[in-house]
Write a protein that binds this ligand. Sequence first.
Ligand SMILES: Cc1cc2nc3c(=O)[nH]c(=O)nc-3n(C[C@H](O)[C@H](O)[C@H](O)COP(=O)(O)OP(=O)(O)OC[C@H]3O[C@@H](n4cnc5c(N)ncnc54)[C@H](O)[C@@H]3O)c2cc1C
Length: 377
Amino acid sequence: MEEFDVCIIGGGIAGASVAYHTAPHARVIVLEREAHVGYHSTGRSAAVYSPQYGSRLNRQLTAIAGDFLRDPPAGFAAARLLNPRGFLALGHDEDLEARREAITDAEATGNPLVPLTPSEVQSLIPFLKPESASWGLLDTHAEDMDVEAMLQGYLRGARAHGAVLRTNAEVLSLTREGGVWRIEGPDLAIRAARLVNAAGAWADPLAQLAGAQALGVIPHRRTAFICDVPAGTDLTRCPMTVWANESFYFKPEAGRLLGSLAEENPTVPGDPQPDELDVAIAVDRIEHVLCFEIKKLVRAWTGLRSFVHDRDPVSGYDPVTPGFYWHGALGGYGIQTSAALGAFAAHQLLERPLPASFAEAGIEAAQLAPARLQPHV
Ligand SMILES: Cc1cc2nc3c(=O)[nH]c(=O)nc-3n(C[C@H](O)[C@H](O)[C@H](O)COP(=O)(O)OP(=O)(O)OC[C@H]3O[C@@H](n4cnc5c(N)ncnc54)[C@H](O)[C@@H]3O)c2cc1C
């Protein structure tokens, strides 16, 4: 039996960021079932940091995380983690309600969006059909994220403080004996006082393994693809471009275009593969607004975005099962909020007062606590 203070189950961005912030003060192990970290949702994102995306709480957490991502500690990453991109919402006259909502939401967070005329939109996206949008709203603070550098930075930092990372380490049994968790799987025998459930789409089944009640963490499929663009297509100023009501989006990706239907279809935990119809509909919608045909798809993939019913993240101890810490339901915001949520979880696990940035943003632990989702408690 190996002994640790904190055992984190899940080697995605959630588990890695908690390990990073916890390891300087405790003996930490991260267990990942797959051969590689980041294999599931974390490796399948659109890699956009958008402070105007998601619920109010997600936006506040994204803003806090931005301070870390813009200026990470020395040695965290070899290059910048964020690079200017912009986030442009586009729509037509029939989508004016969506426009009003976006303006109101942005004003509430103190970062107003910049209204663009159709010709200003055209100057950013010269390959957009001019008649396809009558309004645009630009968030100039949105950036591209280097997700792999973030993941590796968190894990490298955790290891530098003695944390252990084990891949090919599937947890199959969780039992509590004498106030300590016993964590077992093939070639795994670990004891730890505290368990962190960072299992992403598998959060509920993992909790049930520990005898805790499921919270209703539901994974939702989202498919994306990368396609070639005709030679000479000017992608240099093209922002992350999202159609009103999030009916599809596209953004430049290393000289090509990344596109998505932005669908949100509930499913079960697993390793989802793209559905040909979802890809075809996405291609059709995106082609409809562009001046060129999408002739060659380089690749397509599907990932899971996991939500609880109020769509806010969960980070806190289970109210009934001792030493069992939930950290998930990160939806479509898990990368951009990771630096803030990882710090939040570490402070809770280490029983330290939260950093001032949380109080300044008006964030209280109860907003993230799993107890809010368990009406029987
Ligand atoms: C198409 C798409 C676009 C997205 N775009 C963005 C974006 O632009 N910006 C953004 O911030 N977010 C985005 N997201 C969301 C983001 O990817 C997720 O919120 C985030 O990756 C969730 O991280 P996680 O660590 O909770 O989950 P995961 O990365 O899935 O990690 C959970 C890990 O737990 C492991 N695990 C589960 N059960 C066990 C077990 N029993 N034993 C051991 N290990 C186990 C799994 O193998 C998995 O690796 C997007 C998601 C998708 C699908």
